[in-house]
Design a protein around this ligand. Structure first.
Ligand code: PLP
Length: 440
C-alpha cells in the first residue's frame, strides 16, 4: 500500500520511469504518448531536451542554493532579462515563484501592496470570472471559480466577485454577433466595478485563454480590448494569468499578443522551465514596481525558493529553444493541423458539441445532444471513462468535468508538447477518438 497522499487515490497510477521525447514509459515498459504535456502544458519541450538537462547539471554543480534576499545570481538575472526583453508592452520586472498558484498569489499581493503604498488602502476588492482556474492556494482559489475545488473551503475564501466568462459556445445568444457577445460579457466588468464602488476595486483577473475549468476557451475578438479600456477607466489593475496558455503554447510567445492588450501583471509557470524544474513568475509594470520600491521598499510576499538558480538555469535553456528559429512557426503550423484533424474526426460526431482552442491548446466539448447542447449527466462520470480509456490505449490526455453557473459538462483538453509532429497528432487524435467512442 502506498503511503503517498495522492491527490486522486482512486486513480490507478502507472509508475513513470522514463521520458523519451513525446512519450512516457512506465515500469512495465508500456509507452504513453503525451497528449497533455506532462500535466497541463508543463513539458512543452517533451521529456528529453538535452540543452535543458545539461543546463541543470551544470548549474547544480556550482552551488546548491542561495536565498534571493541575500544574493542574486547570474541565471536569475539572465532569465529576467530574457523574459522582459520581449514581454508585452510595459512589463519590465519579474518576480519569481515556484508555481503558478504562487505567481497568481504574488500578483494579487502586489496589487494590494501597490494601492496601500500609493495611499488608496480602500482598494481591496478583486473581480474574477466564473468558470476560471487560477491555482490551489487560498488566494488562487478565491479569485478562481472551480466550484468543486472551492467547495470545502468556501467559508474561508476571500470575498471575490465573479463575472461571466467569455465562453461563446455556451454564452452567446443567437440574436448576437460574436462581437456583440464579447462586448456584453466584457461590459459586465464595468457593471461589477460600479456596483462594488469604483474606488474599492483593485484588480480584475482572467486567464487569457482558459485551460482548465471549461477546457481551452479562447476569448472572442475585441473582448480583452474592452476589458482593458474598462480597467483603465476606473484605475483597476489587469492581471492576465498565462500559467496555462503562455510562453508559446498558443503560437505566439504570449497569448495576449493576439488580443492586442498588455496587462499590469502577467503570470506564468508551466512553460518557463517546461517541467524540468518547478518555477513560476509574475511580470509586473514599472509603475507598480516603483511604487513599492520608493514606498516601503520591500515586497511583503516572496518564498524561500524564489529565483532558485538551478530552476532559472533550466528556464534559460527552455526559453532559448522557444525563441529559436522557426520554433513558434512550428507551433502555429502543428496547432492548425491539430485543429484540422480534430474537426475531421469529431466535426460530425453526435456527441461532440464544440471544438475550440488556440494554437497547441485545444478542447473537444462533449454533449449528450448536439442540437440542444445538453451535457451528459454528471452521474455518468464520462470524463473519468474517457481518461481511463485513453490511458489504457497509451494516450495521456485530460478529460475533465467543468462547471459553469450550475451547468456541468465534459471536456477533453489536448495540449501536447510543442515539439509534436504531424504523425504524433494523427496518433493522438486516433486514440482519442477510440477513447471517446468507447465511453459514449
Ligand atoms: N493558473 C492557471 C491558469 C492554471 O491553469 C494553473 C494550473 O493548472 C495555475 C494557475 C496553478 O498553477 P500551479 O499548479 O503550478 O500552482
Amino acid at each position: 500500500m502506498s503511503s503517498v497522499f495522492h491527490r486522486i487515490p482512486k486513480r490507478n497510477l502507472p509508475v513513470a520511469v522514463k521520458g523519451e521525447g513525446m512519450y512516457i514509459i512506465d515500469k512495465d515498459g508500456k509507452r504513453y504518448i503525451d497528449g497533455y504535456a506532462g500535466g497541463a502544458c508543463v513539458s512543452c519541450l517533451g521529456h528529453s531536451e538535452e540543452s535543458v538537462i545539461e543546463a541543470v547539471r551544470e548549474q547544480i554543480g556550482k552551488f546548491a542554493f542561495f536565498h534571493s534576499a541575500m544574493f542574486t545570481s547570474e541565471p536569475l538575472e539572465e532569465l529576467a532579462s530574457i523574459l522582459t526583453t520581449d514581454a508585452p508592452e510595459g512589463l519590465t520586472r519579474v518576480f519569481f515563484t515556484n508555481s503558478g498558484s504562487e505567481a497568481v498569489e504574488s500578483a494579487v499581493m502586489m496589487a494590494r501592496q501597490y494601492f496601500v503604498e500609493i495611499g488608496q488602502p480602500q482598494r481591496k476588492k478583486v473581480i474574477g470570472r466564473r468558470s476560471s482556474y487560477h491555482g490551489a492556494n487560498l488566494t488562487a482559489l478565491s479569485v478562481g471559480h472551480q466550484l468543486s475545488r472551492r467547495a470545502p473551503f468556501e467559508d474561508i475564501l476571500a470575498n471575490v466577485f465573479h463575472i461571466s466568462p467569455c465562453y461563446e459556445y455556451r454564452g452567446r445568444q443567437e440574436s448576437e454577433t460574436v462581437e456583440q457577445y464579447g462586448l456584453r460579457v466584457a461590459n459586465e466588468l464595468e457593471q461589477a466595478i460600479l456596483g462594488l464602488g469604483p474606488n474599492t476595486v483593485m484588480a480584475f483577473i482572467a486567464e487569457t485563454v482558459t485551460g482548465t475549468t471549461n477546457g481551452a476557451t479562447p476569448p472572442v475578438p475585441g473582448y480583452f480590448k474592452r476589458v482593458k479600456e474598462i480597467c483603465d477607466k476606473y484605475g483597476v489593475l489587469l492581471i492576465l494569468d498565462e500559467v496555462f496558455c503562455g510562453l508559446g503554447r498558443t503560437g505566439t510567445l504570449h497569448a495576449c499578443e493576439q488580443d492586442g492588450v498588455a496587462p499590469d501583471f502577467l503570470t506564468f509557470a508551466k512553460g518557463i522551465a517546461a517541467g524540468y524544474q518547478p518555477i513560476g513568475a509574475t511580470m509586473v509594470n514599472e509603475k507598480i514596481y516603483q511604487a513599492i520600491v520608493s514606498g516601503s521598499g520591500t515586497f511583503k510576499g516572496g518564498y524561500t525558493y524564489s529565483g532558485h538558480a538551478t530552476a532559472c538555469a533550466a528556464a534559460i535553456a527552455v526559453q532559448k529553444v522557444l525563441r529559436g528559429p522557426g520554433f513558434l512557426d512550428h507551433v502555429k503550423t502543428t496547432g492548425n493541423l491539430l485543429s484540422a484533424r480534430l474537426n475531421e474526426r469529431f466535426g460530425q460526431h453526435p456527441h461532440v458539441g464544440d471544438i475550440r482552442g488556440r494554437g497547441m491548446l485545444m478542447t473537444v466539448e462533449l454533449v449528450e445532444d448536439r442540437s440542444t447542447k445538453a451535457p451528459f449527466a454528471a452521474s455518468q462520470d464520462l470524463s473519468s471513462k474517457i481518461y481511463q480509456n485513453a490511458q489504457a490505449r497509451g494516450l495521456i490526455t485530460h478529460a475533465l468535468t467543468g462547471t459553469i453557473d450550475g451547468y456541468v459538462g465534459d471536456h477533453v483538453v489536448i495540449c501536447p508538447p510543442l515539439i509534436v509532429t504531424s504523425e504524433n497528432i494523427d496518433t493522438i487524435v486516433e486514440l482519442l477518438g477510440e477513447a471517446i467512442d468507447a465511453a459514449v
